[in-house]
Design a protein around this ligand. Sequence first.
Ligand SMILES: [Zn+2]
Length: 102
Amino acid sequence: MKKSAALKMMGGGEMFLFGTVCPLRQKYHKAGCKVCERGGHGPYWYLTWKEGGKPRALYIRPGYAGKARAAVRNMRRLRKYMLEMGLDNIKKFKKQMEARKR
Ligand SMILES: [Zn+2]
């Protein structure tokens, strides 16, 4: 069930992205800008992740934030399936070894 769900996801042509999609508001420190006074321009969206312990960020062009968020969700679901699969396999492996012993 979990295995087939994971395989179906990977075979479905869906995109998977590591990281988090976060909004960033930009203030330009221009005197009298009402947008800056209200918290800044934007939001501008970034995909942020860590690679080899280093923080990384990718600017997401307007119109792509939804796609990025969906891909991040896909990755989280896939990782959850894989974790569950790995844990199930420990139980199966243990049973296999115990069965051979007898
Ligand atoms: Zn401004």
